[in-house]
Design a protein around this ligand. Structure first.
Ligand SMILES: [Zn+2]
Length: 240
């Protein structure tokens, strides 16, 4: 007997994820798994479970789905000669051999004229690039967040970098701000908007009109940034 199937799509951070629902006569509760090699999930549902409830279930698993999709292979790694966006501007990765060079005073990684120089053995290069990107984004976020918080007389308890791929930033009632390190690949305006958004939550723990007015006070390109994230979010997720 052919089982009824419905196909839906959900937007998970700019990535379109397909949902296949399969009703199973003996299943007792909803279960979910990734469909191998595809940006899609399959939900197995007990008979007569309302479609609405099934889709709500999928939405609640957003973090899990995004993390899993993110772990799938075909991620872009970081090799010598690769071009990667840093704050939206393309940079070429240049590897400097740590043994045969006399640039010791320059440290282990630096940016110059649209190039990212990394002093590293070939096998450690991807890891060193990623470490550098995280350090850069931490610096950019801290600077902006502190400045914006001070301007509205608020205190930040802590700022953390995360790799949860279902949200670019979050703010807790205790004043902890979390950001995705992947914002380093986004244009500067977008990073600034996400920081402004979370800092504004220190004042308004909601998305009221007053909240958006404050966001606009703290950043300049809110609408453009929101659109950019919606259509380009998957680019940020495509790096390992
Ligand atoms: Zn928010």
């Amino acid at each position: 007997m052919a089982l009824p199937q419905f196909t839906h799509t959900l937007d998970i951070l700019g990535r379109t994820v397909g949902v296949v629902i399969q009703t199973h006569p003996t299943s007792k509760k909803l279960s979910l798994r990734l469909i191998a090699g595809e940006d899609a999930v399959k939900v197995v549902s007990p008979p007569h479970c309302p479609e609405r409830e099934i889709l709500d279930f999928v939405v609640r698993q957003k973090d899990w789905i995004a993390d899993r999709l993110n772990q799938q292979p075909d991620k872009k790694s970081y090799q010598a000669g690769d071009i990667i966006p840093i704050l939206g501007r393309e940079h070429k990765i240049i590897r400097i051999d740590p043994i045969n060079n006399n640039t010791r005073t320059k440290g282990s990684a630096w940016l110059k004229s649209e190039q990212l120089f990394i002093k590293s053995h070939p096998e450690h290069l991807p890891r060193r690039v990623k470490d550098f990107l995280k350090k850069e984004v931490r610096y950019e976020i801290n600077l902006r967040a502190q400045e914006k918080a001070t301007s509205i007389d608020k205190k930040i308890t802590a700022i953390r970098l995360k790799d949860t791929t279902s949200r670019w930033g979050s703010c807790s009632t205790q004043g902890n701000l979390n950001f995705s390190w992947r914002l380093i690949f986004a244009p500067e305006e977008v990073l600034d908007y996400v920081v402004a958004h979370e800092v504004a939550h220190l004042e308004h723990m909601n998305h009221s009109a007053a909240f958006w007015t404050l966001v606009d006070q703290l950043t300049h390109a809110r609408i453009w940034s929101q659109k950019w994230l919606k259509s380009n979010g998957s680019i940020l997720l495509s790096y390992s």
